[in-house]
Write a new protein. Structure first.
Length: 384
């Protein structure tokens, strides 16, 4: 049997899923509460799906899915009088995304008779603010991008700045029971609670990085979330699902996730250094981490994310089974492209510099390309 962590020194935090709306069970949250949770934190957004959601100011997650998750978390947080923190609301963390999640939370509160103080933290910047910062020399480009120009800033429909832990701490210290933040680093919600409670920055930021995707740091990422307890010497991470386990490898490996350096992680207020960290299995499910350090920066930063309209996209999928076409597929695709471009020019009066056409034949060497083995034409392909 696995030894279950008990309430003790430090700060215990539930991270129920990698993204609000992805789903989890109420039972898993109850397990975290029983372990002595002091807060619940969850990420509400991501850039994984590209710039569309930032540019359009809309959410990728379905409202009903967000409402289902939020209802479970609000009930657990209010029943146990612990704060709930949601970062990067509405996928991209725009002001509209924060308000969208807030509207859902208010509706749940009315329906379930919940009472709480709610803070909304906005991170969207006006174009005038960004241009002023550019003119003052306060904006620098991140490789491989060049410098941000005022013209490019003006072309963006939305620009958000990734916040760190400070605004979240301020909201909690002001008495908020529910904090809904705009665009924030994936780690900021967990780190805010730990740092506010006096935990060292090294364990706080490393623990936050470890649990930022919920069960991704376990042997069964799809099973659910995790519980982390941060103390003065390190942190302990435990899966909330009975059929998942944390191992030294699964925990250490998460420093590789979306990170250019497997040992160092840049945050708005400094850099996490895990080069001296140790990972110890306390039993078959629980891992203890110690030795993490944090190097404060002399000047805090905030990464800017912006999106502008690039055009409109049409996707068509068609199945082709004509043996004559498949026997001469390359010739047919060349002819198809020329006909398509002629139609675009005749109908829209656009030259090739104003659009892009991509043709992918799945089932016809789309995966391996020239490395594909075997001879003869395929029986069918799907043309995207």
């Amino acid at each position: 049997m696995s030894a279950q962590p008990h309430p003790g020194p430090g700060v215990g935090i539930i991270f129920p899923t990698g993204m609000l709306g992805a789903g989890f069970s109420a039972e898993s949250v109850k397990r975290g509460i029983a372990m002595g949770a002091d807060a619940i934190a969850v990420d509400g957004g991501s850039t994984d799906s590209g710039p569309y959601y930032l540019g359009a100011g809309t959410a990728k997650t379905d409202a009903s899915a967000v409402e289902q998750d939020l209802r479970i978390l609000l009930a657990a947080a209010r029943e146990n009088r612990i704060p709930l923190i949601v970062g990067s609301c509405g996928t991209a963390g725009t002001d509209a995304g924060v308000d969208w999640v807030a509207e859902i939370a208010v509706r749940i509160a009315a329906e379930d008779r919940l009472s709480f103080r709610m803070a909304r933290i906005y991170s969207e910047l006006s174009v005038a603010t960004v241009i002023s910062a550019i003119d003052a020399g306060r904006v620098r480009g991140l490789p491989p991008c060049g410098d941000l120009s005022p013209e490019l800033a003006r072309s963006c429909s939305h620009i958000v700045a990734l916040m760190g832990h400070d605004p979240i701490v301020a909201a909690l210290e002001a008495g908020a029971g529910v904090v809904l933040a705009g665009r924030a680093t994936d780690t900021s919600m967990v780190a805010a609670v730990a740092l506010m409670r006096g935990m060292p920055a090294g364990p706080a930021w490393h623990a936050a990085k470890t649990v930022e995707c919920g069960g991704q740091c376990t042997t069964n990422p799809a099973a659910g979330g995790v519980f982390v307890r941060i103390d003065s010497e390190g942190f302990t991470v435990t899966p909330l699902a009975a059929d998942a386990a944390c191992t030294p490898s699964s925990v250490a490996a998460h420093m590789l996730y979306e990170n250019a350096d497997p040992l160092r992680l840049l945050e708005p207020t400094g850099t996490l250094d895990t080069s001296a960290a140790t990972y110890t299995a306390l039993d078959e499910r629980v891992v203890r981490v110690e030795g993490s350090r944090f190097e404060p920066s002399s000047r805090p930063t905030a990464k800017l994310e912006g999106a502008r309209l690039a055009g409109y996209e049409t996707i068509s999928v068609v199945g082709i089974r004509d043996p004559h076409v498949l026997a001469n597929l390359d010739t047919w695709l060349t002819y198809f492209r020329s006909v398509l471009e002629d139609r675009i020019h005749a109908t829209l009066e656009l030259g090739p510099q104003h659009y892009d056409v991509a043709l992918q034949c799945y089932g016809a060497n789309a995966i391996l390309g020239p490395l594909e083995y075997g001879a003869g034409p395929p029986r069918e392909v799907g043309l995207l």
